[in-house]
Every structure is written in C-alpha cells, then in structure tokens.
Design a protein around this ligand. Structure first.
Ligand code: NAD
Length: 418
C-alpha cells in the first residue's frame, strides 16, 4: 500500500499536533511538505519531522505555487485565512483536513463546500470530538437504544477560566473583527455533537449571553496594564499562569521552545502579557443556546468561561433512560428507568491520549483509513457536506444572541444563506 502523503499549511499549535499524529502511522502515512511564515515554527517542527530544506516553505503562497506535492493538505492557518488557502489547495488537487471553523464568515463556508463538491475533493473538517472514545461511546449507547427516544439534552462546554483568558481575551480569538463569534470558534464542535447525537433536523434556536466580565470596569483596583508590572493577586496573572504551564499548552503556544526566558520575552512583547481586563476583546465570556429539534427533542447548551476545569458535560434524557458523562472523568454512565446504573470506564482507551481526549489522533487515523480505502464504519466521519450544518447552527445562535434572544427559524436561516 502506498503511503498517504500530507502537506501542512501553518505549523502553529494545530499544524504541529497534526504532524505529530501523522508520525504515529509511519507505515501508512508521511509528511512531505510544510509551510509557515514564522521560521521558528518550521524549524522547531523539523526537529521531529526531519524534512529536507526544499520540503519546507516560508508561506502558504510558496507552497501553493508548487505543483501538487501530497495527497492531503492540512489547513491549519488562522480562521480568516481558511477560505483562500482551502480553495486554492482544492484547485491544486488536494484533499483536505480543514481546521475548524471551516471559515470565519458564513458566506465563505458554502464557497469552500461548493468548491470541494465541484472538484470532487474530500474535505475532512476537524470536528475532533466525534473521534473521541467518550462521544463514540455515547453515540453507541444511543444507537443501542439505551435512552429510548431522545427528549431532552443538557450540554455544557466548560471553557476554563484560564483557557478563556488565553484564547478569547488575550489570544487569537479575542476579537470577532479578526476571527469569528466565540460560539463558532469554540463550540461549533458542540453543535456538531448535538446534531450527530440527536440525529434530527434542528428547527428553531434562541440564545443569550455576552461579554460581561473581562472588561476594564471589572479590573482589580490598582492593577497594572501588564501582568509583569502588577502587584494584585489575580487568577489571570499571565506570568504565573504561563510559567507554571511550561513545557506544555499553552506555554508552547507562546513559543515552540517554551523556556522561562522565551516565555517572559513573549509576555513583555505581546498581548499575552496584558491585563485580562484591559484588552480589546469583544467575544462573549458566556453564552447559552436553546434548540428545538424535529419530533420535539429540546437541547440546552452552555458555553462558559467561569469554571476551574476545562472539559465538557452532556446528559441525554430519553423516554426509557439516560446517558451522561463528563469528559474529564473518563467514563460514560447510563441507566434505563427502573434498572441499575452502569458506568463504562474509558481509562484504558485513554491511556496515552492525544489532545482533545484522543480526538486529534482519532481523526488522523480515520482520514488515513478512509483515503486508503480500508473498510470500517465511516458513518461518523466529519465530511464537509455534513459539517457545514454545525457551523450554520452556531451562526444561527449568534444571530439570536445579538438580537436579544429572538428565536431563529433554522430552516429559513439556512435557506437565506443560499
Ligand atoms: N480542531 C480544534 O479543536 C482546534 C483547536 C484549536 C484551534 N483550531 C483551529 O486551528 C487553526 C490554527 O490554530 P492554531 O491554534 O494552530 O493557531 P496558530 O496561530 O498557533 O497557528 C497558525 C499558524 O499559521 C501560520 N501562518 C499565518 N499565515 C501564514 C501563511 N500565509 N502561510 C503559512 N503559514 C501561515 C502562523 O505563523 C501560525 O504558526 C485555527 O483555524 C483554529 O481556529 C482548531
């Protein structure tokens, strides 16, 4: 069998994660090219990839100017670049692993999906949660009818106070002008999971939420503009937070060689060192969405910054029983009415998990198997024609939120996009 070859565009946090996961299948797959405008990122990745100089490109443009170099291109540049990079890569002949969000503007989502369809290319959207043992197990239990007919779903994304500060107050996704609404950036995964598990058409949505805490008026008295100059004791102190994370995420987002010296330099020179209450962030810090599905099932979803743990929780309530779990507990529970409760322990499956509860590696493995024509259950693969739905749902929630919770007819909303 020929090895499946990959070219990676954007060797930041996610591009590097893909490279590491592709390397886990040396007999079946190989990275043959990569590009990043920051040499420090390609240099760092090349310590484990070992590519030749001519396989390393200094920009997307330089890589996309070449003839097709690999079977699959991984698009791991920033949200606002996806449309341009994805369309050009499709036109070059690549199949894609496309980081979510598909695109940051609603009108660009259809452009990418339509281009893939017209050219007959396969695009896997990086909805990594579907590839996790946790959600696969829940889907399996629902398929087996353990809950009966789904009536209510309660789901939460606990963003984590520190993750909120890192990504959505100081980091790449802090301002919707440059990226997209947070419900899309952070929770298009959850929209996808709800659609997948409930497996019915969503009919109507409404949503409430806002940016109510990470604002200048809530800054602790006497706080400085930058954490390194600040004397106030505060959970969002950047120096304490990033230094204690070395060598892992999110210290390694600030610098691929996350030494104390490198991290302090980044804190002095970038927004990552600024007071979390004195940024120019505009994305929400909490949002709640209500959804009504065909057949009467209703779901509520909370995305909130205000939690210690960074994890997800879901409870599916059906006519015959319940299925529930919190991802970080590494177990799924279920109980049929009047019968005993069961706990399914996932620790063995999560012994050496890749990021996102095993989803990062799971996605790469399924892409390899799918494109190499292996027979397996492909019903949960996140191909773009299905994944657009999760994005439209996130945008519909956002439309409701910014119109004070006005109910949005999801069918009409989607039709208006065509
Ligand atoms: N699937 C998930 O759960 C998940 C998680 C986090 C991020 N993401 C998404 O993944 C994407 C990448 O996020 P990230 O956290 O890796 O960001 P990042 O900023 O760490 O990485 C992006 C990289 O692209 C590079 N780049 C910018 N312009 C370029 C160009 N013209 N040519 C080549 N390289 C260029 C940057 O230098 C950077 O290294 C984003 O769309 C993000 O929303 C997805």
């Amino acid at each position: 069998m020929n090895k499946l070859t990959f070219a990676i565009l954007g060797m930041g946090n996610r591009g590097t994660v893909y490279a590491r996961n592709i390397l886990k299948y040396p007999d079946r797959a190989q990275v043959v090219a990569m590009a990043d405008v920051r040499a420090v990122r390609t240099e760092s990745a090349n310590k484990f990839l070992g590519l030749n100089d001519e396989q390393i490109y200094s920009s997307a443009d330089a890589l996309l100017a070449q003839p097709k170099l690999a079977d699959v291109m991984v698009i791991a540049t920033q949200d606002a670049q996806h449309r341009d990079h994805a369309v050009r890569a499709l036109e070059k002949g690549y199949d894609l692993i496309l980081e979510k969000p598909i695109a940051n503007r609603i009108e660009d989502i259809a452009v990418i999906a339509d281009t893939a369809k017209r050219l007959g290319r396969t695009v896997f959207v990086s909805h990594v949660l579907r590839y996790t043992p946790f959600y696969k197990q829940i889907k399996q239990l629902l398929r087996e009818g353990k809950a009966g007919r789904i009536m209510s779903v309660e789901a939460c994304e606990y963003v984590g106070y520190y993750h909120q500060a890192h990504s959505f107050v100081r980091g790449n996704w802090h301002n919707s002008r440059d990226c997209c609404p947070m419900i899309l950036a952070k929770s298009c995964h959850d929209m996808d999971i709800l659609l997948w598990l409930i497996d019915k058409e969503c009919l109507r949505v409404n949503s409430f939420g806002g940016l109510d805490y990470f604002k200048r008026e809530n800054a602790p008295e006497g706080s400085a503009e930058r954490c390194r100059d600040c004397k106030v004791l505060c959970p969002y102190n950047a120096q304490k937070f990033y230094l204690s994370a070395i060598p892992d995420w999110p210290a390694n987002v600030l610098h691929p060689e996350p030494t104390e010296e490198n991290i302090l330099k980044v804190l002095d020179e970038t927004d990552y060192g600024r007071c979390a209450f004195k940024m120019d962030n505009d994305v929400v810090d909490h949002q709640t969405c209500n959804m009504l599905f065909e057949g009467g099932a209703a779901a509520t979803f909370h995305m909130s910054a205000f939690n210690t743990l960074q994890t997800r929780y879901i409870r599916i309530m059906g006519t015959e029983g319940e299925v529930w779990g919190r991802m970080s507990d590494k177990k799924v529970c279920w109980q049929r009415f009047g019968e005993e409760m069961h706990e399914i322990d996932l620790t063995e499956q999560l012994k050496n998990p890749s990021g996102h509860g095993g989803g990062d590696q799971g996605l790469v493995y399924d892409v390899i198997r799918y494109l190499q024509g292996e027979e397996f259950d492909t019903s949960s693969i996140t191909l773009i024609d299905r994944s657009v739905e999760s994005h439209y749902l996130a945008f519909a929630c956002e439309q409701s939120r910014i119109t004070d919770g006005e109910t949005v007819d999801f069918g009409e909303f989607k039709a208006s996009m065509k």
